[in-house]
Design a protein around this ligand. Structure first.
Ligand code: FPP
Length: 245
C-alpha cells in the first residue's frame, strides 16, 4: 500500500503551513550559489500544491520570505524576487485549471513594484476559485502582524468602533492578516531546524508540529504524505484529557 493510499480521507488536516528551509545549504553542498537552491525549491512547492489539491485540503501556507530575509545579500534578495515573479507567471494556468485561489500575508509594500503587481494580479485572477487556497507569506513577520493588529485595534477603539468588552478571539483574529483563514492543523519545517522563526505565532497555538531533516529542494509528495500520516496518528487534545475526547 502506498503512503497516499494509507491516508484516511476524513482525518486529513484542513490547513497545512510549511516553512521551506534548507535551500541555501542544499545549494552550497552542491558547490552552487544559494539561489540555485531556491530555484530547486520550486519543484517541491509544485508537488505539494498538486498533492494538496488532489487530497482536497482547504488551505496551504508557504513561508516564502520573512521580514528578516530582507537583510540577506542584495543579489540573493533580487534573485528570490525574480524567482517569485517567474514562478507566479508560470503557475497561473495551473492555478486556474485546478480551481486554486491565491492569497498573501505579509507587508507587500516592501516588494519591488513588478513583484507586487504580478502577485496582486494573480490574487485577483484566482479570487473566485473555490478549491484549495494557497497562501504565500511574503515579507511576513508574525510579531509585525500582531503589532499592526494592536495599532488598528487602538485606532478603532479611539474612534468608538470597538469596546474592550467586545475584544475576544474572534474579533482579534479579524485584525490579523490571516483573517478568515482557519488556524493551521499541521506545520511542517524542513532541514532539521526546530524553530518557528516568527511565523504565525498566534495562529500556531494548537498546531501539530512536524520536523524533517530533508532539505526543502529534496522534499517531494511522498515526504508530504509521510507528514500527513504522522499527523493522523497524533491525538489532538486541545488541553483536554484523552478520556474527554
Ligand atoms: C529558506 O531556505 C527558503 C527561502 C528563504 C525561500 C523559499 C522560496 C522558494 C522556494 C521560492 C519559490 C516559492 C514559491 C512559493 C513560489 P534558506 O535559504 O534559509 O536555506 P538555508 O537555511 O540552508 O540557508
Amino acid at each position: 500500500m502506498s503512503l497516499k493510499e494509507k491516508l484516511v480521507r476524513d482525518k486529513l488536516p484542513g490547513h497545512v503551513a510549511i516553512i521551506m528551509d534548507g535551500n541555501g545549504r542544499w545549494a552550497v553542498r552542491k558547490g552552487a550559489a544559494r539561489i540555485f537552491g531556491h530555484q530547486n525549491g520550486v519543484t517541491p512547492v509544485d508537488e505539494v500544491v498538486k498533492a494538496s489539491a488532489e487530497l482536497g485540503l482547504r488551505y496551504l501556507t508557504f513561508y516564502a520570505f520573512s521580514t528578516e530575509n530582507w537583510a540577506r545579500p542584495a543579489e540573493e534578495v533580487d534573485a528570490l524576487m525574480g524567482l517569485l515573479v517567474s514562478t507566479i507567471k508560470k503557475e497561473t494556468k495551473k492555478l486556474l485549471d485546478n480551481n486554486i485561489k491565491l492569497r498573501t500575508v505579509g507587508d507587500l509594500s516592501k516588494l519591488p513594484g513588478a513583484t507586487r503587481r504580478e502577485l496582486l494580479q494573480l490574487v485577483d485572477t484566482t479570487s473566485a476559485n473555490t478549491g484549495l487556497t494557497v497562501i504565500l507569506a511574503i515579507s511576513y513577520s508574525s510579531r509585525n502582524e500582531i503589532i499592526l493588529a494592536a495599532r488598528q485595534i487602538i485606532k478603532d477603539a479611539v474612534e468608538g468602533k470597538i469596546t474592550a468588552a467586545e475584544m475576544n478571539f474572534d474579533t482579534f483574529e479579524n485584525y490579523l492578516q490571516t483573517s478568515g483563514i482557519p488556524d493551521p492543523d499541521l506545520l511542517i519545517r524542513t532541514s532539521g531546524e526546530y524553530r518557528l522563526s516568527n511565523f504565525l505565532l498566534y495562529q500556531l497555538a494548537y498546531t501539530e508540529l512536524y520536523f524533517t531533516s530533508k532539505l526543502w529542494p529534496d522534499f517531494r509528495a511522498e515526504d508530504f504524505y509521510e507528514a500527513l500520516l504522522e499527523y493522523q496518528n497524533r491525538e489532538r487534545r486541545f488541553g483536554k484529557t484523552s478520556q474527554q475526547l
